[in-house]
Design a protein around this ligand. Sequence first.
Ligand SMILES: *Cc1c(COP(=O)(O)O)cnc(C)c1O
Length: 235
Amino acid sequence: MSTISQQLIAVKSQITLAASQAEREHDQIKLLAVSKTKPAADVKAAYQAGQRQFGENYVQEGVDKILALASDPDIIEPVEWHFIGPLQSNKTRLVAEHFDWVQSIDRDKIAQRLNDQRPAELPPLNVCLQVNISGEATKSGTTLSQVVDLASQVNTLPRLKLRGIMAIPAKTSDQTALNNSFQQLHQLYLQLQRNYPSMDTLSMGMTGDMQAAILAGSTMVRVGTAIFGARDYQN
Ligand SMILES: *Cc1c(COP(=O)(O)O)cnc(C)c1O
């Protein structure tokens, strides 16, 4: 068994454990395998271990892997690709043409471009609004006060399907502050869901904080390091 498949099994059992602590069913929490900086061969290893949803942060690197897997005769079942990194307007076309989801929508202009550039033969692009929950100037994401407006704008775009919200709380050793952020996001998600029933995704939790995120109501954890190992940005 490959290291990746063993680590995938370990992550899934962590999810199942956290779900049972939260008295939730484990299938209410989806696992997005974040493969940024890792080669297509690693994505294939995870696919062969049963994983079907992958997250990428860099447009060209992601598209290269999407095309590599699409032309691999061993990859038979559909693979779902999520773009989760910061997105500049000059890169939206490639994302609209190749990805199934974009979780990092943080402004109207990006949403509008993705809508206009989504190819007619593809289904609407699934999107999450990225919320800057920790209020950090450096992190991308819309503020809590702007997210309601952004949701109503995105909801009018026919080639986008509003699926939920995504957040990356600031790294902190303060567990209480982290739990508060996750709970605030859960409340926001429930509030938005009342107006937008297409919303079914609260994307929060990564390698270091997936248990806390699941306890607070996450429906999708995005896990890189625990599945694929530490990233080397030199490559
Ligand atoms: C890199 C990344 C992850 C995965 O982080 P790990 O700590 O390696 O699990 C999740 N979400 C986003 C948006 C990321 O950029």
